[in-house]
Design a protein around this ligand. Structure first.
Ligand code: SAH
Length: 431
């Protein structure tokens, strides 16, 4: 979501006549887009922000904008006091304050378009010019904010309440992205399968995907992150029936123990989660599933943690994003629960999950050996082309042709836990 938000700001700045630079001390404007989902992310953002101070001292004309979840949707007066060298504070996803600020300042060498044009397109997610015909896979937020309030999660506090975007805006953005060379769009929401539920009259995710499926030139559609309670049969039908919708689910579980899940306020039991996974796998022949696990949630005992291990052994997801719990300001768990699992123990649990998942993924990926899968190529890494299978597996191949944005059948010749290597099959046409 932050990547999409950053592109949105970059594109708005281009509208104002700015162009990108990799050198911070040559920049007229620096936007720091921030994530605070875990304490480590916030520390990183603070470190970066602090390092910008000396640039501002050297060049007082530099405009520094702090954006995203560090700012949040509520009162930012404390931040303003703490970081007086920041010129603009912007909520997540909103380029408005920065654009207004720059318009108010008369920076030379900027050819302003009508400011109203830009603010009209404020909700357009688009690509910066530098990414046109280069970025093959783009992110497109369809639900802002979140109203679920998991007890550990700061996102609802910083991104505000859940608001689905109007379908016509989403389709317009998607069309524009495809016009700029994008072949794959990943629809984003904190609970993406809730799309439309907050707005009477809006389509649901399955209907939206059916509408997007009609877009000529768009090759692949993905969506994340899903919550098990909102995954409907209709969404599964859409994934099964629509060739452009990729069979890949990000379905965080978070913990393997019912009491911990309850304390997390996830709203489902382990049994319900497992049944949902079984349902997805019985509906779709080919599918991959990723999950998230938090280790060391307040009160999680060693034996409760073992149930997360058991769960992974039962579910055998393709991927687990594992995180060590950190208390986040303003959340229920930070205020009412004791962060009682010591850091070393969190690390021990983290490593166990990591190692187990590596083994599971290695085994799953081995089944791809000598099979042929359609890979969409997104770019090059060193001498090789890099792409993804429908199930979101990373594949590298060596090839002299320009494969950027092409879908090629690839026979897998090597597989590891994080990627695969293959050969193009059949022989490519020269198109
Ligand atoms: N809305 C999505 C993603 C939320 S953020 C969802 O509900 O699944 C991505 C991941 O960060 C979460 O899935 C969770 O595993 C992790 N996370 C969130 N808050 C955390 C915290 N306080 N400490 C550690 N990990 C956290």
């Amino acid at each position: 979501m932050n990547v999409a938000d950053s592109f949105r700001v970059a594109a708005a700045l281009e509208e104002l006549g700015f162009s990108p630079t990799n050198l911070p001390d040559q920049a007229d404007v620096i936007v720091l887009n921030t994530c605070v989902v875990r304490e480590s992310a916030e520390q990183k953002a603070i470190g970066r922000l602090t390092s910008l101070k000396s640039l501002k001292t050297k060049n007082p004309d530099l405009v520094i904008s702090l954006m995203g979840c560090m700012v949040g949707v509520h009162d930012s007066s404390n931040l303003r006091k703490r970081y007086p060298y920041v010129d603009v504070f912007s909520q997540p996803s909103d380029p408005g304050p920065l654009i207004n600020h720059l318009h108010g300042k008369n920076i030379n060498a900027i050819q302003y378009r009508q400011i109203s044009d830009i603010l009209d397109t404020q909700y357009a997610y688009t690509l910066p010019i530098t990414k046109e015909n280069e970025l093959i896979s783009a992110f497109l937020p369809i639900v802002f904010g979140c109203s679920h309030a998991c007890s550990y999660c700061i996102i609802p506090l910083r991104r505000g309440k859940e608001i689905s975007r109007p379908p016509q805006e989403i389709l317009a953005d998607a069309t524009a992205l495809v016009d700029r060379g994008v072949k794959e769009i990943t629809l984003l929401g904190q609970i993406v399968d809730r799309y439309g539920h907050d707005q009477p009259g809006y389509p649901t995710l399955d209907v939206l995907m059916r509408q997007m499926h009609e877009l000529e030139g768009l090759q692949r559609i993905r969506f994340l992150t899903s919550h098990p309670n909102w995954m409907t049969d209709k969404i599964l039908d859409a994934v099964a029936e629509l060739p452009k919708v990729m069979p890949y689910f990000e379905l965080p579980n978070q913990a393997g123990d019912d009491q911990v899940l309850k304390d997390m306020r996830r709203g489902y039991t382990i049994d319900q989660y497992i049944r949902m996974i079984e349902k997805i796998r019985s509906r779709l022949d080919i599918v991959s599933i990723a999950t998230d696990i938090i280790v060391g949630f307040p009160g999680e005992s060693a034996s409760q943690f073992e149930r997360s291990v058991d769960l992974l052994k039962t579910v055998r997801p393709d991927m687990t994003h594992v995180a060590r719990y950190s208390p986040r300001p303003g959340t229920y768990s930070a205020q009412k629960m004791v962060d009682d699992v010591p850091p070393e123990e969190k690390m021990r649990r983290f490593r166990i999950i990591e190692k187990l998942q590596e083994q599971i993924t290695t085994e799953i990926n081995q089944k791809y050996l000598y099979t042929t899968v359609p890979v969409l190529f997104e770019g090059r890494s060193k001498e090789r082309w890099r792409g993804r299978t429908p199930t979101n597996k990373l594949v590298f191949i060596e090839n002299d042709k320009n494969l950027l944005g092409k879908i090629i059948d690839v026979t897998i010749t090597w597989s590891g836990p994080w990627s695969m290597i293959g050969e193009a099959k059949p022989i490519l046409s020269n198109k």
